[in-house]
Design a protein around this ligand. Structure first.
Ligand code: PGA
Ligand code: ZN
Length: 429
């Protein structure tokens, strides 16, 4: 038992310079945990509620003092004395106190800050690294890093519609070799862009954000960079895309504004099919909008046996929405973001449910991040075999990659790199 003795929240800044919540939690055996909350830009409608003050005279309304007060004045007094190692009871208590379906009373940013801080304090109290504390003795698989090296959509000021172009270096023996290959491709891509006088400024997740002729041109440039580095596209390094299509969906027209024109579901489906059969794409996230379940069913029927179809805005790490996707055969993979659901326990529930129904899980950062590295430990703890945490640039992204290097070294001979096993299409390319 590690009884919670002290809980304190403050307002800090995230990687975009927007306010977010930090929680410090101490237990009676001297352990201390820190919970830092990330924040999205292309958020799903059904995500748990992120409490922002809306006071225009501070941070243009984005302050989080109400969430900080919810921790300090409402949550803290109610959980003092509870056992930090009983994560589920603690999370349940906060869910009950909130009393809404979407954390709409206390705020998911308040609740997650406490949930994470308790998790870290409990791990320290148990004297275990986080991945072992969460995952037990079988936590040993290092994930394939899906590195977002070209940013578009809501994360960039360019004309590229698809939000994320990621490289997945699965054809390597260890995580550190795979990471090195990915970093080399990233640096080479910069030169490839420069040669063509394209912009090398960075988007929110550290990837380059040039204006391009088409979305496919982004993939061409990446393939060229992979080859220039001496690696084999498809054989060693695959491509993952996140269309984040809710951002370019026109609900009134029931169509997608893509490359300057309104496109219907069949046009988009045909476009994706062509893309998948032209390039070594192993994973496609949010190809259709979050409420376009029928389109999701169609693409899952057509491409679901070949590639991974990841639900982010569609599923929002919510076990109920995930169950619906399982029932409807919409998507075959879960994107895992702690702050979409708001507690550690519910995040673990979502991963369990996904695994039980043969859905893969991709653990993910947000576009607004902090130096927190929980997702690195979580990916190893649950042997999810994949993670996405941006380009190998900007400290808040690098922190997660560096944490994985640390875990790999700590595990020593027990460390196993997920490699090809992360994606069903990887060995077929
Ligand atoms: P977000 O983007 O953090 O801005 O929501 C990440 C994603 O869409 O996967
Ligand atoms: Zn996404």
């Amino acid at each position: 038992m590690a009884a919670i003795e002290h809980v304190y929240a403050r307002e800090i800044l995230d990687s975009r310079g927007n306010p977010t919540v930090e929680v410090v939690l101490e237990t009676d055996d001297g352990a201390q945990g820190l919970g830092l909350v990330p924040s999205g830009a292309s958020t799903g409608e059904a995500e748990a509620w992120e409490c922002r003050d809306g006071n225009k005279s501070r941070y243009n309304g984005k302050g989080v003092l109400d969430a900080v007060n919810a921790v300090n004045e409402i949550i803290a007094p109610a959980i003092i004395g509870m056992d930090a190692t009983n994560q589920r009871a603690l999370d349940q208590k906060m869910i009950e106190m909130d009393g809404t379906m979407n954390k709409g009373h206390l705020g998911a940013n308040a609740i997650l800050g406490v949930s994470l801080a308790a998790l870290y304090a409990a791990a320290e109290s148990a004297d275990l690294p986080l991945y072992h504390y969460i995952g037990g003795t079988n936590a040993h698989i290092l994930p394939v890093p899906n590195m977002n090296i070209l940013n578009g959509g809501a994360h960039a000021d360019s004309n590229v519609d698809i939000q994320e172009f990621m490289i997945s270096p699965y054809g390597f023996n260890t995580f550190s070799e795979a990471l090195r290959a990915g970093v080399e491709v990233y640096h080479t891509l910069k030169n490839v862009l420069k040669e063509r006088h394209l912009n090398t400024g960075l988007g929110d997740e550290g990837g380059f954000a040039p204006d391009l002729q088409s979305n496919a041109e982004a993939i061409d440039l990446i393939i060229e960079s992979i080859e220039k580095c001496g690696y084999k596209p498809g054989k060693q390094i695959g491509i993952c895309l996140d269309a984040a299509s809710s951002e370019f969906y026109n609900a009134k027209e029931k169509a997608y504004r893509f490359e300057g024109k309104l496109r219907d579901v069949d046009w988009m489906l045909n476009y994706y099919e062509n893309l998948v059969h032209t390039y070594p794409i192993v994973s496609l996230e949010d190809p259709f909008a979050e409420e376009d379940w029928e389109a999701w069913q169609k693409i899952t029927a057509v491409l679901g046996n070949e590639i991974q179809l990841v639900g982010d805005d569609l599923l929002v790490t919510n076990p109920q929405r995930l169950q619906k996707a399982i029932d409807l055969k919409a998507a075959n993979s879960l994107l895992v973001k702690l702050n979409q659901i708001g507690t550690v326990s519910e995040t673990l529930d979502a991963i369990e449910l996904a695994t039980r129904h043969s859905f893969t899980s991709m653990v993910s950062h947000r576009s607004g991040e902090t130096p927190d590295t929980t997702i690195a430990d979580l990916a190893v703890a649950k042997n999810t075999r994949q993670i996405k945490t941006g380009a190998p640039a900007r400290g808040e992204r690098i922190a997660k990659y560096n944490r994985l290097l640390e875990i790999e070294e700590e595990l020593g001979t027990a460390a196993e790199y997920a490699g090809y096993s992360a994606f069903k299409r990887a060995t077929k390319l």
